[in-house]
Design a protein around this ligand. Sequence first.
Ligand SMILES: [Zn+2]
Length: 293
Amino acid sequence: MATPNELTAMRRAIAISAQGLGTTSPNPPVGCVILDRDGVPVGEGYHLRKGDHHAEVNALTAAGERAEGGTAVVTLEPCNHHGRTPPCRQALIDAKVSRVLMAVMDPTSRGEGGAVVLEQAGIEVERGVLEQEALLVLGPWLHSLRTGRPHITWAYTAGADEDDGDQGVTELRRTHDLVIRRNGTIEEGVPGGHGEDAFHVPHAPLGDEPEKALHALTEAGARTVLIEGTFNEAARLLVDVVDRVIVDVPGLPPSSVPVSANWSVPSGFRLVDITASGLQVRLIAKRVVGRDR
Ligand SMILES: [Zn+2]
């Protein structure tokens, strides 16, 4: 069982992991917090981009010797493979932590991942700690892993004829690998954010076949894609595979006649969150299968 202190550390790890959204792909956005043997946070870190240190190594570097006998709290099962960087499970073993808490298990490890190796090294392992909360950040990456294509978000302002450059939608860019602008331009959500050789922005336009378009986006290294604007060719092309819609609804007087067809979320999506800022409302909806449809 995780202690309240450890749960707080996991939520912190989840929070900082989100800073990697938009730049870690094709790697996952991961966060890690190190507690010393008394439960005091002594280091934290997240993964920024492929080729850079993983979250665990960044957190251990910050903690230094204070990690010994302590606990590593990490949002994804530590890796067990030699990629561009040595496996994190070895870094945790070398740092002599006594306990590792993980939220989400890495489906690519096939049961032979970091968790098993850590246990074999005598380290206490807890799996599934705040898994649902960690999925708020890791969900789209896992979705991409499962489906073999990017997680696609379509964002627009309800009722707008000209919504390219809308401020609310613009802010979403930096948490997505690729953005398809209303004029068809494809660009990184964070320009240059993925580093030089891990990522290749595909050529626009994407053509008129959804499967080929998805393939091009996947090959680029994208795990998340944002389509901007109501009147976007890409939205028409990929509408059947959009996973999430984000709709900004401008402020309205208390009594009015709806004038636009796109004032709410499309059919086939259900609301999962609503935030309001003054009269402005943001709807977030996910694709549903089954009776809610
Ligand atoms: Zn790693």
